[in-house]
Design a protein around this ligand. Structure first.
Ligand code: NAP
Ligand code: GLV
Length: 309
């Protein structure tokens, strides 16, 4: 019985050490099997290579090395009914909250406008605005969206959140359904995307949604690039519907060198770092879940294949 680690660009040694420190004693390998290996019981992966599963006949669970699981479906769904388990927070909620708060404060304090004025050597103060007048809408009220909504709310901003099902979070105006979203967009100063990438959410941030936004809004994408129709975003920026966008994720990553986002004056680009996977806390969560599975229990972070998140 062993663990297979399959994630290009990650240091397997660091993960093995972290799992050992978390009390997991199962044999660990990062060598992809070239023939069926029934001993491999758990797969820890980010963007698994195609055809990996055919050599894993004894697989009992797939662990995503991130909060999102869309990467597991890129080469078709993982086989059978093998449980898929994702990271829940594991140190990401704090990072996400910092990033989102930075973007919200940047818009509130009009840093983008001052940056433009600086380039023109123009000394031109803008009127102050109270935080409570800035309306923030968080798409997705899951582990990360809820943490972001609460952090931004704690700084005095007016926060709404949108989820698939009705939710109740103190101090947050929780919405669901397309009609509620359409109404909220018209009052939104900062739109933050924290949805999972699923069949329902792919491409949903497009011209119709941008057209409903309050003119001059800021768009923050810290979920997945494929939620957004990129040419519609460029159009919304160029027509002034959106004042500026803060983008951490892209349809193609790394963002190609010739991509217009790199040089657009209304866009801030970061390289998918809003919330990075932290080896220590993530390994502890995975080790706990492996222990639960070995004891016949239900792991935390189980993904619904039907919903895709
Ligand atoms: P989560 O706990 O699964 O939360 C997902 C939220 O989205 C839930 O509130 C869910 O609604 C809502 N949702 C799903 N489908 C919806 C739909 N069709 N309409 C409306 N709401 C919908 O996920 P999480 O842990 O917060 O992570 C969110 C995403 O962040 C991940 O999937 C990943 O793509 C992204 N991420 C990005 C980075 C980065 O560095 N940029 C890092 C980590 C994660 P219900 O509450 O009703 O179920
Ligand atoms: C990162 O994008 C993640 O899903 O954890």
């Amino acid at each position: 019985m062993s663990i297979l680690f399959a994630s290009r660009g990650d240091d397997p040694q660091a993960w093995e050490t972290a799992l050992r420190e978390a009390g997991c004693t199962l044999p660990f390998t990062a060598e992809l099997p070239s023939a069926p290996d029934p001993a491999i019981r758990y797969l820890l992966t980010w963007q698994p290579p195609a055809r990996l599963y055919r050599n894993l006949p004894g697989l009992r669970a797939i662990f995503s090395l991130g909060a999102g699981v869309d990467h597991l479906f890129e080469n078709g769904p993982p086989p059978g009914d093998i449980p898929i388990i994702r990271l829940r927070d594991a140190g990401m909620a704090g990072q996400m909250s910092e990033y989102a708060l930075w973007a919200v404060i940047g818009h509130h304090r009009q840093m983008h406008a001052y940056r433009r004025r600086q380039q023109e050597r123009r000394w031109a103060p803008l009127p102050a605005r109270p935080a409570a007048k800035i309306r923030v809408l968080v798409l997705g009220l899951g582990v990360l969206g809820e943490a972001v909504a609460n952090t931004v709310r704690a700084q005095g901003y007016s926060v709404s959140g949108w989820a698939r099902r009705p939710r109740e979070i103190a101090g947050i105006d929780c919405l669901h359904g397309q009609a509620a979203l359409a109404t909220a967009l018209g009052q939104t100063d900062v739109l933050i995307n924290l949805l999972p990438l699923t069949a329902e959410t792919r491409g949903m941030i497009a011209s119709t949604l941008f057209a409903r936004l309050k003119p001059g809004a800021c768009f923050v994408n810290i979920a997945r690039g494929a939620h957004v129709v990129e040419r519609d975003l460029l159009q919304a920026l160029d027509s002034g519907v959106i004042d500026h966008a803060v983008l951490d994720v892209f349809a193609e990553e790394p963002l190609p060198e010739q991509h217009p986002f790199w040089t657009h004056p209304g866009i801030i680009v970061t390289p998918h770092i809003a919330a990075q996977t932290l080896t220590g806390p993530s390994a502890r969560q995975i080790a706990e879940n492996i222990a639960l599975l070995e004891a016949g229990g239900t792991p935390d972070g189980l993904v619904s294949r039907e919903q895709g998140y």
